[in-house]
Design a protein around this ligand. Structure first.
Ligand code: DGL
Length: 244
């Protein structure tokens, strides 16, 4: 089976990496809209328009299924995307919520969601958690972590200062939803900031568990991966060499 993986840029490689490690597909077509990243500060109409253009891109590849690795796109554009495609499209929010719920935390547990401005404003994660009965939900826009990761800063004083800026008034949570494709790259620093006590929910792992529940099976060989981008595909392929 051939899977498409769509993201606003490089971040979705964290989801592709989980798919590669689990060998759920024979072929992965990755498309990053590097010409227009970041999507996080944009408004919903723009995010939906870009997502529909990505569907046009994937319609050339006969994919069997499409994973929208981008949390921001998952928050706004899945219904519009699904109306334009004749293959299943999965986002990362529902899998992330299920992964959190599978931790069997009490409903009084402190849950922290971090993501882009658009993802947090959509309230998608928050509403799903409230619907499941979680009462102590904090949602925080941490969009400046995106360019920091893109700069290759995954530890050290700049990242530590930025984490402190965002988290200094936050009580140590029981679980953190890493609601942005880039955050798995700095998950160690995020965990350490809170003394490694919170469960960290990683979209890539969550999607793999979700797909397995849907009946997708591990194959006995690693997938072929082809990377496409709307700008500077060489740069994206270089990042893929480091991250995958
Ligand atoms: N891929 C985006 C997300 O997961 C982060 C980068 C962006 O703002 O486009 O929300």
């Amino acid at each position: 089976m051939k899977v498409g993986v769509f993201d606003s840029g490089a971040g979705g490689l964290t989801v592709a990496k989980s798919l590669i490690e689990e060998s759920l597909f024979k072929e992965i077509i990755y498309y990053g809209d590097t010409a227009r990243v970041p999507y996080g500060p944009k408004d919903s109409n723009t995010i939906i328009r870009y997502a529909l253009e990505a569907i046009e891109f994937f319609n050339n590849f006969n994919v069997d299924v499409l994973i929208t690795a981008c949390n921001t796109v998952s928050a706004y554009a899945l219904p519009s995307m699904r109306s334009k495609a004749n293959y299943p499209i999965y986002g990362v929010i529902e899998p992330g919520i299920l992964a959190l719920n599978n931790k069997l935390l009490s409903q009084d547990s402190k849950i922290l969601i971090i993501g882009t401005r658009a993802t947090i404003h959509s309230s998608r994660y928050q509403n799903e958690l409230y619907a499941l009965g979680y009462k102590s939900v904090t949602a925080l826009q941490t969009g400046m972590l995106v360019p920091i990761v893109e700069e290759g800063i995954t530890k050290g004083p700049v990242l530590d200062a930025m984490l402190d800026y965002y988290f200094k008034d936050i009580d140590t949570p029981d679980a953190i939803i890493l609601g942005c494709t880039h955050f798995p790259i700095i998950k160690d620093a995020i965990g350490e900031y809170f003394n490694n006590t919170p469960h960290l929910i990683h979209s890539g792992d969550a999607v793999v568990s979700y797909l397995k529940e849907q009946g997708y099976k591990t194959l006995n060989s690693k997938p072929n991966v082809t990377i496409y981008a709307s700008d500077n595909v060489g740069g994206l392929r270089d990042i893929a060499q480091q991250w995958l």
